[in-house]
Design a binder for this molecule. Sequence first.
Ligand code: GDP
Length: 425
Amino acid sequence: MPATILVGTQWGDEGKGKATDLLGDRMDLVVRYQGGNNAGHTVRAGEHTLKLHLVPSAILSPGVTPVIADGVVVDPGVLLEEMDELEARGIDTSRLLVSANAHLIMPYHLELDRVTERYLGRNRLGTTKRGIGPAYADKATRIGLRVQDLTDEKIFREKLEVVLKEKNAILSRVYNRLPLRADDIVRDYLGYGERLAPHIADTSAVLYRALREGKRVLLEGAQGTLLDLDHGTYPFVTSSNPVAGGALVGTGLGPKEVDRVIGVTKAYVTRVGSGPFPTEDEGQAGARMQDRGQEFGTTTGRRRRCGWFDAVLLRYAARVNGLTELFLTKLDVLSGLRSVKVCVAYRYEGAVFEDVPPHQSIVHRAEPVYEELEGWPEELSEARGVDDLPPAARKYVERLADLGDVPVGTVSVGPSREQTVEVGL
Ligand code: GDP
């Protein structure tokens, strides 16, 4: 049975947590394929709420095997902390698998992430300062250490000493920081290795075998399409590939192993931090989305910029991911607007672009071309079937599917699992 990929189609925060939760329960394995401990799903464990940044939230479903695949960068201290927290709440973490090939986030990555962002001043990227970008950079320059190195002291020490020489020179001579001690890192990381050893696996082979045995596999992307290193709004992007192609590279599965690519799409658009955002609404409608959709960062509390649905970006996401269906979230947030706008194209100096313009300075200055649709006063949070959606809301959903040229499979009308409408529009 082929695998399913789940990917965000916007700038992250599309509500992937709910989609993963809903789908994950019907799966045998749920896999993260890129990013690090910057994903952030809020999960309920008994009466406690906890935030998981690295461990797939599928850890809460006893029948599901959560997998951290090759393309993820792993901070082993953070991983063990999350596992300890889960265990303390009575949740078994023994099923968790971590790829031997996944790269490690090292203490100097954290240190460099902090100091370089400070150095960049107002040009900073707004990274999460968890060492993720520097770890991917070292992977590309082939000086990274991997999860498998944690179980071999000789190799770990050898590799570390080579890298640390350079990192310490940069830290002390460029940034005036104290050098890091190899012995401290070896002690801490081998300790992590001992604890993680039972979880370390050849996850590519595990997944391949699972698919051969007819098991159901979900490959879960973090962040979103427009944050993709290659296909996003560079340089305001993440340092990995959330797009569907990244799921193959990040797991070691071939393209024939996947037949379903679900794009999680919010019924309006939000963006955190700076960068172009053609459909941003700084008036009442945007404020309403912000308020009703609770659009502020979970860790920073920063207000997310809000705006109208952008079908140019949806078409783009459908293309670069090869989407087969949409999971549309937060439709309930739009209730009560007299009319709802959808951006169908961009206009710049008399030219009309139905696709994302080829040069980003055009995106910066482009004006959205809007289509205005009738709004709906009804609250949607009780809707459970297509017939419960008012005609105007249904029309809105149909129009998005039409403009994106991809069917809508599911509409979410609230945070809970029950607040879901299977549509197939
Ligand atoms: P994620 O990282 O992609 O999961 O996105 P966020 O961190 O922004 O999480 C989405 C938030 O919206 C969570 O608090 C969800 O409980 C909530 N949410 C998800 N789907 C819906 C929905 O359909 N309607 C409403 N009102 N809230 C939702």
